[in-house]
Design a protein around this ligand. Sequence first.
Ligand code: ADP
Ligand code: ZN
Length: 877
Amino acid sequence: MEPVSGPNDPRMVEVAVDARIEGTLTYLFPYGDFPFLQKGMRVVVPLGKRKVTGYAVGFPDASEVPQDKLRPVIEVLDSTPLFNETMLEIFKWASSYYLCPLAEVIKTALPSGINLKSKGVLAITDKGQSAILKPKGREEGHKNASSLKGDDLKLLEYLAETGEALPDDLSSSLGSIPESRVARLVKAGYIERLQKMGGPRVREKTEKEVSLAARPPGEEMKKLRRRAPERARLLDYLGQNGPTSFSALKESFKDPGRLIRPLTADGTVTVEDVPVRRDPFSRPLQMSPPPEKLMPGQEKAAGEFIKALGRREFTSFLLQGVTGSGKTEVYLRLIEAAFKKGLGSILLAPEIALTPQLICRFTQRFPADKIAVLHSGLGPGERHDEWWRIKRGEARVVIGARSAVFAPAADLGVIVVDEEQESAYKQDRGFMYNGRDLALMRAKREGAVAVLGSATPSLEARFRSGIEGGHKRAVLDKRVDSRPLPEVEIVDMRSGGKPAEEEDDGDRDSSGALDRVKERDKLIGSALISDRLRKALAENLEAGDQTILFLNRRGVSSFLLCLDCGSRLVCPNCEVSLVHHESRSAAKVDSFYGEPGRDGYLLCHYCGYHMDVPEVCPSCRGVRTAALGTGTELMEKTISVEFPGARILRMDSDSMSGKESWFDCLDRVSRGRVDIVIGTQMVAKGHDFPGVTLVGVILADLSLNMPDFRAAERTFQTLTQVAGRAGRGEKPGRVIIQTFQPDNYAIVHAVSQDYEGFYAREMEIRKAMLYPPFCRLANIRISGRSPEAAKRAAQLLGRAAKSAAGLKAFSGKTKVLGPAPAPIARIRGKSRWMALVKADSPACMGAFLRVVLERYAGKAPPGGTLVEVDRDPLSMM
Ligand code: ADP
Ligand code: ZN
């Protein structure tokens, strides 16, 4: 991208301004001051009375605004462009497709730490140095010397002293300095503008660790227990657990800071800053070597992909392979081929699947300095470093989550999207893009090979692999070494999970230990495990094999579930599950509903509604209600009592305090140091544990009842995935699924591991109901503080949409559902409405949405309601 070269007169630059504006703005740029300005650089420009950042995206020859009305660029922030022409085209496409301002697209695509570095600074030149040394006027008749007035001199002296300075620092020390003065001094050659690419501002990350220095003698402890029981409990805790991080203490104590202060004062405990390891992925894992020979299916798929790569033409593939069929191995071969050709590759994986194991498989095959990993565990400085390593062409194999689709890899040959069906690829606010869809778009623009991989492809991807011009499909239908797929059984929980012939024999050898668990917890905990699962677990332990117990809990909070009818308790205002709290928590309570009870209550985390924990289920009058979020916790307790001696590991977002412990856990499991893993989604995805031979799904139907047309698809996918964790090693696997809805087709097909069967059935439903892939969807979301204003806006928008749908261009091709209150009708004090738009093609959808927004824009009611468009939405909430 050559800058416009030419005479010194002002030229124009098109800037995508980081502000709520549609389209781009045109500015002047004094070519003499910024000869280095190119597309892809950040600039500072005036906007009204503000200064804002923007991105240079073009050098127009003409503008609609007369030239003398244009304002000049204030500053250029970069010395090299941050994106090239191809990426710019992708950004423009995305901006138009997702109806999102271009600057916001670009901002999302660049690493968040980008503003930390690269600053335009002012520095004094040699000429400037000598000018302040020589008295005025004696500088051999140089005409500029006389223009060095007092203020200019002060500025030069300041710079001479500091070496260089940011324009802002100058202003704060010397008072406001007009840009024209800086420009004049630059022109005169006294000062210069430099682009400073400072080192990343990364400090060593530390955390506070609390340890017991001296345990008070018994007498004092006794006193303490009476006077300050919490403080005593903290001492006991530290005695038992050893040095503990402050953040971990917060999980067990309400205000550890308050408890600790007096204890540090008298020297009972000490608090130290200890370094936290930053890159948990850097430690070596025990890995089996790369396989020498591919399986026939892998061979065929890899061969086709590599051939397409050789053509350097866009080709997209769907790699549909059952779990453990060696998909990752195929990606690796393809990326190896690209690497050998000197081409770049990007592998996208859902954040949660970016496991050390996956990364190790790459470090086994590629030099470590050629790989860049972009994941959320990195600090902004590190993210930035990784990004620049890619940009400079040092790293050519990029592994990352959603936003890595924008990685500045040059000569891109391959983009792989692993687990393409994952909703983690969709950003759900602001620039609401889908990383998978942009990966396809990018591959198309770059002439690259795109591979979407999955055991359970999204209906959209599977559908597109069956049509003209869609994806080519490669199938791996066998597990590596023909390991059998696990045997899957179902347990109907409606009968309490007890088959008639299998009565409780009552002599579990741990009955003594059971007394230690609270009676209610014991009942609930045991009720969650059917006898069939319990027996299988015992057998598996006996055989020395590993087990995963999976609780498909959505979100991070606990809610109350009736174990008799399966219904949940939801907030009457917000229609979200009420969260169970054992005691007063930091969560906000709405006092309108009175004071919450001391020994447990149910709270809506959105609106503050709360109620006491009911003794019986309001729908079926059953008495077996359980707080399920803590289900994993409860499960851990129950299992540890029922199976004393078993080495148990809980993996969920509560028990994992950071990437490090996540890493440690995976490592412990793969080294066989754990017998039973109890976890949420975290254990379902992507991991490869050869020692696991039994998987128990505690409640399969939690995700079936969501008000979303993809509820069945999601349930099917999760169950298939979690089942796929079993039997990945030498020994065959067994899966037990407990459910209240054993006849639901999603569950039935998951049990038989029959993707095609599920696909056929689900497609019939989608067709009948007209849902994707039979149409395109967009969700117009309306939200506002005032319920009336939001409702009014929704009505007006609805009218705009209905009238637009009547236009000749759209009639019969679009359909508007709603507007209606969103399934979660109020969140954090905002009323929410939505209108779902169906259109028969992406082009039709785009055109239609533009017309609707235009018609609405003229009528938007006052009162600050926000209208956002979510294209190809994955969440209907
Ligand atoms: P997927 O991505 O489909 O779940 P992986 O690529 O992770 O499958 O493969 C599952 C396991 O099989 C891994 O441990 C992998 O190392 C091993 N594997 C893959 N391909 C082969 C092969 N051709 N021969 C032997 N083992 C293989
Ligand atoms: Zn609520």
